[in-house]
Design a protein around this ligand. Structure first.
Ligand code: ATP
Ligand code: MG
Length: 424
């Protein structure tokens, strides 16, 4: 026998027992996005490598070590998208959706990063994201955050996530802060690890994000970003906070929060949880007013977030918030005898016509009555609809309840639709 081929490490199959959880989560994401007037956009999974280099930034984890980049047959450098914002802006520019307009968009789909696979961290993972273009005032930052907060409420996990908030200020303010931070880091080079030393000059803000405990301890004395905020950014941040306060969304201001992508300015935020171990960030986002121009469009402000669907599903599973998911079959038709097999399939067609959302599975492949009933039970169906020779003769079905203590009953064929309606 030849050796079985396995999936690529860090790229997971989503099997039927999981897909129903995903669908439930995806339904909530779609519905809430549309509750706020956001429209879906779908972008290709492969883009020019330069798109990500120019937007995410050359000195970032993603571009330095995580991208799946390859030359295609024409020798063009292509990359499997590591995130959605860059592609969304590219698409918006290309189709003239952004300049002088307002757009509220959402997307959902696979992203690719070559990271060390572990719980909550994969090489192919899925994000749901929203992006809002054309509005520079803090009300839209608040809307984006309120939308995310509503997701947690709808999914029943509000009490397990915390909002962390910060402002990175304007590009000029950040440049000033950058100099102050470099001066501080230069004085403490002995404590810095190799990664931090390398980034000290190229992207010193990323040092704030270091996971090394010694570096984190050192940073307690580092100059703070908030002292360097420009007055306009400070006002923007205050206005955002006021709106969140009024809407009853609590947050923790975290001055260390800088995010791993270079395009952010002003507002940045993350929703974190301690129910996931090390991979504690479920959702992250912020404002990116320079990105549209940086990618060749005319200046258009933007703000958005992306959340990791795997982390969300993991969290919901661990917190047992997915208990009441409808199984994928409502009714299973057991057909014993040749006439029942022939008529059964036709009856199932009629019942599917009559009850639009019903999920009926017909037993196929024949076999003994008891074996068929076992299959019915295994399918997760609520009822078995039993058709034997006597049922066909009398034009009625025997209904056996598989999930509740209830006497089995016989129902004329034309009464089955009504009974099925009640199962949805
Ligand atoms: P982290 O600090 O965990 O690496 P990140 O800052 O790289 O996250 P973003 O680029 O902001 O993450 O992506 C937004 C969200 O997408 C994250 O908060 C997380 O939920 C999810 N995510 C990011 N990378 C992965 C991954 N490799 N596997 C699964 N989910 C991921
Ligand atoms: Mg990362």
């Amino acid at each position: 026998m030849s050796k079985a081929i396995q999936a690529i490490r860090g790229m997971n199959d989503c099997l039927p027992g999981e897909t129903n959880k995903w669908q439930m989560v995806e339904d909530v994401l779609r519905r809430v996005a549309s509750n706020y007037g956001y429209a879906e956009i779908r972008m290709p999974i492969v883009e020019s490598t330069n798109l990500f280099k120019r937007s995410i930034g050359e000195v970032t984890d993603i571009v330095e070590k995580e991208m799946y980049t390859f030359d295609d047959r024409n020798g063009d450098s292509l990359t499997l998208r590591p995130e959605g914002t860059a592609s969304c802006v590219r698409a918006g520019n290309q189709h003239g959706l952004l300049y002088n307009q307002e757009q509220r968009l959402w997307y959902m789909g696979p992203m690719f990063r070559h990271e060390r696979p572990q719980k909550g961290r994969y090489r192919q993972f899925h994000q749901f994201g929203i992006e809002s273009f054309g509005i520079s005032t803090a009300d839209i930052d608040a809307e984006v955050i309120l939308l995310s907060a509503r997701l947690w409420r709808e999914l029943g996990i509000s009490e397990f996530v915390t909002l962390e908030l910060n402002s990175l200020g304007s590009n000029e303010a950040r440049a000033q802060y950058r100099d102050a931070l470099i001066a501080f880091l230069e004085q403490h080079q002995d404590i810095l690890d190799e990664d931090s030393k390398r980034r000290m000059y190229s992207n010193p803000l990323r040092v704030l994000d270091s996971k090394n405990p010694d570096v984190q301890a050192l940073l307690k004395d580092a100059p703070s970003l908030s002292e360097h905020l420009d007055p306009e950014s400070k006002q923007h941040f205050d206005e955002l906070c006021k709106r969140l306060d009024a809407a009853g969304v609590s947050y923790r201001i975290n001055e260390r929060l800088v995010r791993g992508l270079d395009y952010y300015n002003r507002t940045v935020f993350e929703w974190v949880t301690d129910s996931l171990g090390a991979q504690g960030t479920v959702c992250a986002g912020g404002r990116y007013d320079g990105l549209v121009e940086q990618l060749g469009g005319k200046g258009t402000p933007g703000v958005g977030f992306a959340l990791g669907i795997e982390r969300l599903v993991l969290m919901l599973t661990e917190l047992e918030k997915l208990g009441n998911i409808r199984s994928s079959v409502d009714a299973y038709i057991v057909m014993a005898g040749e006439q029942a097999e022939i008529t059964g399939i036709a009856l199932a067609e009629q019942w599917r016509d009559q009850v639009k959302d019903i999920r009926i599975q017909c037993h196929c492949g024949g076999g003994k009555f008891n074996k068929q009933l076992k299959r019915a039970d295994k399918s997760g169906a609520h009822v078995a609809i039993i058709l034997g020779d006597s049922e066909i003769e009398q034009q009625q079905a025997t209904i056996k309840y598989l999930r509740e203590k209830k006497e089995q009953q016989t129902v004329p064929f034309d009464g089955v639709a009504k009974l099925l309606e009640e199962l949805i």
